[in-house]
Design a protein around this ligand. Structure first.
Ligand code: DAT
Ligand code: MG
Length: 147
C-alpha cells in the first residue's frame, strides 16, 4: 500500500473532466482518502513545483497551475504511485497512449490535465504543500477485499 498526491489541473476542471478523472481512479480500485478544490497562489505553486525551478517552462507552469481551481487528492492503494502514473500516461499528451487520461483527453505537454507524484519521496515532499495530516481520512471501502 502506498499513497500518492493527485491533482486535477485547471485545464481539466475547465474542460469538465474532473468527474471522469475521479471515476478512473475509483474504478481502478484506488481509494481517495483526502480531496479538496482550491486555487493555488504563486507561493504555494512554487513550493509544489520547486524541482522544476530554473527550467525553461517553469514560469509558464506556475502561471498555468495558478490560473484556476484545481482538485487535489490523496489516493491510496496497492502500488498507488505507479498505478496512477500509468493511468495518467506520458507527460506529453500527444505521446501518451490511448486509454490513459492524457492519451485520451490531451495533446499538450503543459496542459496535460493531471499530476501524480512520481515517487514516495516526491509524495512526502508534495503532500504537505496541499494537505495537513488531519485531512486524511482512514476508512474501509466495502469492496476492498475484492480488489
Ligand atoms: P509529469 O507531470 O509527467 O510528472 P514533469 O514532472 O516532468 O512531468 O513536469 C511537470 C509538469 O511540467 C508537466 O506536467 C507539464 C510541465 N512540463 C514538463 N515538461 C515540459 C515542457 N517541455 N514544456 C512545457 N511544460 C512542461
Ligand atoms: Mg512530475
Amino acid at each position: 500500500m502506498n499513497r500518492t498526491l493527485v491533482i486535477i489541473k485547471p485545464d481539466a476542471v475547465q474542460r469538465a473532466f474532473a468527474g471522469r478523472i475521479i471515476t478512473r481512479i475509483e474504478e481502478k480500485g484506488l481509494k481517495i482518502v483526502a480531496m479538496k478544490m482550491v486555487q493555488l497562489d504563486r507561493k504555494t505553486a512554487e513550493r509544489l513545483y520547486e524541482v522544476h525551478k530554473g527550467k525553461s517552462f517553469y514560469e509558464s507552469l506556475i502561471d498555468y497551475i495558478t490560473s484556476g481551481p484545481i482538485v487535489a487528492m490523496v489516493v491510496e492503494g496497492r502500488d498507488a504511485i505507479n498505478v496512477v502514473r500509468k493511468l495518467m500516461g506520458k507527460t506529453n499528451g500527444a505521446e501518451a497512449e490511448p486509454g490513459t487520461i492524457r492519451g485520451d483527453f490531451s495533446t499538450g505537454v503543459e496542459k496535460n490535465l493531471v499530476h501524480g507524484s512520481d515517487s514516495e519521496e516526491s509524495f512526502n515532499r508534495e503532500f504537505p504543500v496541499l494537505f495537513n495530516k488531519e485531512e486524511i481520512i482512514s476508512y474501509r471501502r466495502i469492496d476492498e477485499e475484492w480488489i
